[in-house]
Design a protein around this ligand. Structure first.
Ligand code: FMN
Ligand code: SF4
Length: 366
């Protein structure tokens, strides 16, 4: 028991405990919020969706060193609390120039139409890239990894969803070139990043989908997990982070309390087990985790880390409260998705109904 607060080794990096703040878009720069999470006792913050090309909406990216000061500041703040920082590197799964032009016409085209065209573009994008264009994107991951090292982050997470998720999924990849095998693009990215920053701890967010029942769209089919794990470990990953991805549709990715299938604490654990049985590297599992008993059981089973997104949004002090025995004062997430998700969808800083007033919480719990 009490594995939660034992140190965890990922490559050359030692985490003070096994509690991870899963990648969570927090809106704007999020410095104050990251400080709350770091101060609250989590051992690792994974900065979400850090693009390897300049972001259409001006979010900090690592396609260049333009935002170096921002990343250095996040690292400096988190390190004050012995909390490590990872960056989740991704490439968008759509044609950025085309979608940018749609957004610029938003007054003339309805937002429903923008979303329809975005979905249409996304369906074909991975197939339209030439082999040379795909190679160039692989190199952008390597360059972003070098920039990540330059700004002083502790770890890199390759986001196995978004464009990599498209290449990994039979629903989006109908290619006939050397990127036709579902593992091929992911493998190329991991190898390129490993070669660019040989000494840095490298994590891979392995997003998994199932056909029966239909859950998720981007990433590896559950039957393909053994091949993905073998190929990615050989390519150089030091850890896996397991979740589900639905390509711009958050229904399965961030399942609400009333999701028909992804119910209860540890709702992605069946996917995590598919990785755990194969992996030689540490595995982090997420999915509606919020109670220590459930997490200790997962750690006993062999998972190395437990990731929380919404529970730590609801109460960033969760780790400190658990460690000091103040569990009565924990604010427990109710998986309503009504504020954390809604705020980021509307471009606002992340928020939570439990931050406002206790009565609202009781209503949702009832
Ligand atoms: C507000 C919000 C934003 C998120 N943003 C990202 C993201 O940028 N990248 C990512 O890989 N996952 C993102 N996620 C998904 C989480 O990392 C996690 O997989 C999911 O929420 C399930 O964990 P939970 O039940 O602990 O919330 C987000 C989740 C939430 C609630
Ligand atoms: S808004 Fe709802 S789902 Fe989001 S963190 Fe708060 S309680 Fe959880």
């Amino acid at each position: 028991m009490n594995k939660l607060f034992q140190p965890v080794q990922v490559g050359s990096l030692t985490l003070k405990n096994s509690i991870v703040f899963a990648p969570t878009s927090v809106g704007r720069e999020g410095l104050d919020f990251y400080e709350k999470i770091a101060k609250g006792g989590a051992s690792l913050i994974i900065l979400p969706d850090i693009s390897v090309i300049p972001s259409m909406l001006g979010a900090p990216s690592l396609g260049s060193l333009q935002y170096a000061d921002y990343f250095r500041k996040v690292v400096e703040i988190c390190h004050r609390y012995d909390c490590k920082v990872s960056v989740q590197l991704f490439h968008p799964e759509y044609d950025v120039d085309y979608i940018g032009s749609l957004y610029r016409q938003r007054g003339k085209i309805s937002s429903d139409e923008v979303h329809r065209l975005l979905a249409e573009n996304m369906m074909g994008y991975a197939d339209t890239l030439t082999t040379e264009q795909a190679d160039a994107i692989v190199e952008k991951f390597a360059a972003a990894a070098r920039n990540a090292r330059e700004v002083g982050v502790d770890m890199i997470q390759i986001h196995g969803d978004r464009l990599i998720g498209s290449f990994s999924s039979a629903l989006f990849n109908h290619r006939t070139d050397r990127y036709a095998p579902h593992t091929a693009f992911a493998e190329a990215v991991v190898k390129a990043v490993r070669a660019a920053v040989p000494e840095m701890p490298l994590d891979y967010k392995l997003t998994i989908r199932t056909e029966e029942p239909k859950l998720g769209r981007g990433g590896a089919l559950i039957s393909e997990v053994p091949e993905f794990v073998e190929v990615l470990e050989a390519a150089g990953v030091d850890a896996f982070h397991v979740a589900i991805a639905n390509h711009s549709n958050i229904r399965d990715t961030i399942p609400a309390a009333n999701h028909p299938l992804l119910q209860g604490e540890g709702c992605f654990t069946h996917l995590g087990r598919a990785v755990l049985t194969m992996a030689r590297k540490p595995v982090c599992i997420v999915g509606k985790l919020q109670h220590t008993d459930a997490m200790e059981a997962l750690l006993e089973e062999g998972f190395a880390m437990v990731g929380m997104s919404r529970q730590l949004v609801a109460d960033p002090e969760w780790p400190n409260k658990v460690q000091s025995g103040q569990t009565d004062s924990i604010r427990y997430c109710v998986y309503c998705n009504s504020k954390c998700v809604a705020s980021i969808m509307s471009g606002q800083p992340v928020s939570c109904i439990l931050w406002d007033n206790a009565n609202e919480t009781k209503e949702v719990n009832a």
